[in-house]
Design a protein around this ligand. Structure first.
Ligand SMILES: Nc1ncnc2c1ncn2[C@@H]1O[C@H](COP(=O)(O)OP(=O)(O)O)[C@@H](O)[C@H]1O
Ligand SMILES: O=C(CO)[C@H](O)[C@H](O)COP(=O)(O)O
Length: 555
C-alpha cells in the first residue's frame, strides 16, 4: 500500500484559515480544508462585549480563538480526508497575514481573552489592515527622517501604518494600561507557533518586513525608540523581545497536549512562520531572481528575489533570507484588490443582475465577469483609481481613497466592474515599473492566491496591461503549500524532508501548464489607458490635488 510522507501547511488569510496535507515526494495536495473565521474581520462591535464597546472607524480587529479553531478543525479534517496517520506527517509549517499583531501575557495568553480586558478594543488582535494609526505613522516618519535613520531606505523610504511599530505606538497612546500589561506584542503567526511549541520564536521574515529587524544590525537602536517616545526606549528588549529566527529553520517541536488535540505526533517539527504572501512564492515554485510573483486575494502582494540589496523607493521593503535563504526578498503591495471587487458586489449590484445570475446558476461575481468579458478595452470610457483601501505601493499612503471617472447616465454596473478590474491591473503595472526602474528587471510574471483561479477575465486584463505572459500557480492554496514546504524543511533530510527551501520548492511548488498571453490589440489600448491612469495617479496621489485626503478628513 502507498503510504506517502506528508507535510502540513496551515495558511491564515484575512477571512479564513486552511490546512493542506502535501505529499513531500511530489507536492501533490492529498487533502485541504478551510475554516472560516467565525468572527471574520471585526469592524463594528467587540465579540461578546457590552453595547458600549463599539470598534472605532478605520479599525480592523480579529478574534484569536478563530485562529485556534483553524488548527482544531482543519488539521483533523485533512488527516481524515486523506486517510493519513499521524506517523506519516513529518513536519508542520505556518503562514499568516502580517503585520497582524496582538498583546499577550508572559504565558502567551491573549489579553483580549481575559475578562478584565475583553471590553477593551486595544486588547484584541489588530489585523494587517487596521488603518487607524496614521497619526502614529506620521510621527514615526517625521522622527525617522529627522534622524536620518539609515534603515528607512530599505523600507521604500516610508513607514507604513500597517506595520508593528505604529500599532504598538497607538496602544501606548490610547491605552497605556494595555501597553503596560502586555508582556509581548507578537505577530499572530509567531503566536500560533508559540501555542504549538510553547516558546516564543519570532519569524525573521515577519520581523524583517514589519518590525525593522535586520539580519546583521538587529532592531533600530534604543535612542531611536526613545526619540519617538521615552516609554518605548526598551521595547525591543521587552515587549518585542524573543529570538528572531531566519526562515527555513525549525522553531521547535509540537507540545504533547496540542498533538493530542490535533491528532498529530508529539515532538513533530514545527517551522518558523512566514508572511502569507511570501509563502505563496514557494508554493508557486519560484526560487530565483527576475520573476515577479503577484499574490492576489483580498489584497495583492508583489514579491521578487534578487542577489543584490537595492533600496527601491515606494516599495514595502527588502529583507535578506526572507523568502529564499541567500537571496534578498522584495515586497510591494496593493492594499485592496479582491476587497474592491467584494465592495462592488455588495454595494453596486442592482437586484435585477442578482436575479439574472441566480437564473444562470452562477455567482454574481462570475456573472459580472461574463458580462464584463463582452466589453472591449476602453469601450465604456471609464477609468478608476484602485485606492479604496489606500495605496500601499508605490505611494505608501493609506489616506488615499478610490475614484471612478467617466461615468454617464448610460453607465452600466458591468462597465464599472471591468474598470475596477482594470484599475487593479494598472496599480500592479505601476509596481512592476517601480521595480524595473530600480535595477530589478522583471522577466517573468506569476500569479498566485485565490483570485487567479477564479477570474480568467482578470488574468487576461493583467496580461494585456502588463504586456507579459502570466503563469498561474497550480493550486488555489499556494501559500499553504509554501507553509508545507517550510514544514518539510523543518523536518530536514534526516526526518524524511528536505535540506533546503530551494530543494523543497523545486519539488513541491508548481504552476499550471497553460499561460495567459497578451492580446496585441488590447495591449495598445491599455497602453493609452495606463498613461491616463498615471496622470491621475500623479495628480490625485502625488500632491497635484489632495482632494481625496481632504474629503476623507471631512468624514
Ligand atoms: N470571481 C472572482 N473574481 C475576482 N475576485 C474574487 C472572485 N471571487 C472572490 N474574489 C475575491 O477574492 C478575495 C479572497 O481571496 P482569497 O485569496 O480567497 O483569500 P485571502 O485574501 O483571505 O487569502 C475576496 O476579496 C473576494 O472578493
Ligand atoms: O501585508 C501583507 C503581507 O505583507 C498581508 O499579509 C496581506 O496583504 C494580506 O493577505 P491576503 O490578501 O492574502 O489576506
Amino acid at each position: 500500500m502507498n503510504t506517502p510522507t506528508c507535510s502540513l501547511g496551515i495558511d491564515f488569510g484575512t477571512e479564513s484559515g486552511r490546512a493542506v496535507l502535501v505529499d513531500v515526494s511530489n507536492g501533490e495536495v492529498l487533502a485541504s480544508h478551510v475554516t472560516p473565521y467565525a468572527h471574520g474581520v471585526i469592524t463594528e462591535r467587540l465579540p461578546h462585549a457590552e453595547s458600549n464597546s463599539f470598534v472605532p472607524p478605520d479599525w480592523a480587529l480579529q478574534h484569536p480563538q478563530d485562529y485556534l479553531e483553524v488548527l482544531y478543525r482543519s488539521i483533523p479534517a485533512v488527516l481524515q480526508a486523506a486517510g493519513v496517520s499521524a506517523e506519516q506527517v513529518i513536519g508542520l509549517g505556518i503562514d499568516f497575514t502580517s503585520c497582524t499583531m496582538l498583546p499577550v501575557d508572559a504565558a502567551f495568553e491573549p489579553l483580549c481573552l481575559k475578562a478584565e480586558y475583553s471590553n477593551h478594543p486595544h486588547a484584541w488582535v489588530k489585523l494587517w489592515k487596521h488603518h487607524s494609526t496614521q497619526e502614529e505613522t506620521d510621527l514615526l516618519n517625521r522622527i525617522t527622517l529627522e534622524r536620518n535613520e539609515p534603515w528607512l531606505k530599505r523600507y521604500g523610504g516610508k513607514i507604513s501604518s500597517e506595520w508593528m511599530l505604529p500599532k504598538c505606538l497607538q496602544i501606548l497612546h490610547e491605552a497605556p494600561e494595555i501597553y503596560r500589561d502586555a508582556a509581548y506584542f507578537i505577530e499572530a503567526g509567531d503566536w500560533i507557533v508559540a501555542k504549538l511549541i510553547g516558546q516564543l520564536k519570532r519569524s525573521g521574515c515577519m520581523a524583517g518586513f514589519k518590525s525593522f529587524w535586520h539580519e546583521a544590525e538587529g532592531y533600530p537602536a534604543p535612542d531611536f525608540f526613545a526619540a519617538v517616545d521615552p516609554r518605548l526606549q526598551s521595547i525591543t528588549d521587552t515587549k518585542l523581545s524573543g529570538e528572531v529566527v531566519p526562515l527555513g529553520n525549525q522553531a521547535g517541536t509540537l507540545l504533547p497536549h496540542m498533538a493530542a488535540r490535533l491528532g498529530l505526533t508529539p515532538g513533530l517539527p514545527v517551522a518558523i512562520s512566514m508572511i502569507d504572501a511570501h509563502a505563496a512564492v514557494l508554493g508557486t515554485g519560484v526560487c530565483t531572481p527576475g520573476k515577479l510573483v503577484m499574490v492576489m486575494g483580498t489584497s495583492t502582494c508583489h514579491l521578487m528575489l534578487s542577489e543584490k540589496e537595492i533600496c527601491v523607493p515606494g516599495i514595502s521593503g527588502v529583507v535578506k533570507d526572507s523568502i529564499i535563504p541567500g537571496l534578498y526578498g522584495y515586497e510591494a503591495g496593493q492594499s485592496a484588490v479582491g476587497d474592491i471587487f467584494a465592495w462592488f458586489m455588495k454595494q453596486g449590484i442592482p437586484v435585477q443582475i442578482i436575479e439574472e445570475a441566480a437564473k444562470a446558476q452562477m455567482s454574481v461575481q462570475d456573472w459580472m465577469e461574463r458580462l464584463a468579458s463582452e466589453l472591449k478595452p476602453g469601450e465604456s470610457g471609464i477609468l478608476a483609481l484602485d485606492w479604496h483601501n489606500g495605496n500601499r505601493s508605490p505611494l505608501d499612503d493609506a489616506e488615499l481613497t478610490g475614484a471612478i471617472f467617466g461615468m454617464t447616465l448610460r453607465t452600466r454596473p458591468h462597465e464599472i466592474y471591468r474598470a475596477l478590474l482594470e484599475a487593479t491591473a494598472f496599480g500592479a503595472r505601476s509596481i512592476m515599473e517601480t521595480f524595473r526602474n530600480n535595477e530589478l528587471p522583471v522577466h517573468e510574471l506569476y500569479a498566485a492566491g485565490g483570485i487567479p483561479q477564479r477570474n480568467r477575465l482578470l488574468m487576461q486584463i493583467y496580461s494585456d496591461v502588463m504586456n507579459m505572459e502570466i503563469k498561474v500557480a497550480d493550486s488555489p492554496f499556494t501559500p499553504a503549500i509554501g507553509a508545507a514546504i517550510l514544514g518539510s524543511v523543518a523536518a530536514g533530510e534526516a526526518g524524511g524532508g528536505y535540506k533546503t527551501i530551494q530543494d523543497a520548492t523545486a519539488v513541491m511548488g508548481k504552476t499550471k501548464s497553460g499561460v495567459f498571453k497578451p492580446i496585441p490589440e488590447h495591449v495598445s489600448i491599455y497602453e493609452t489607458l495606463y498613461k491616463e491612469y498615471s496622470t491621475l495617479k500623479t495628480y490625485f496621489g502625488e500632491g497635484g490635488n489632495d482632494v481625496l485626503k481632504r474629503l476623507k478628513r471631512m468624514k
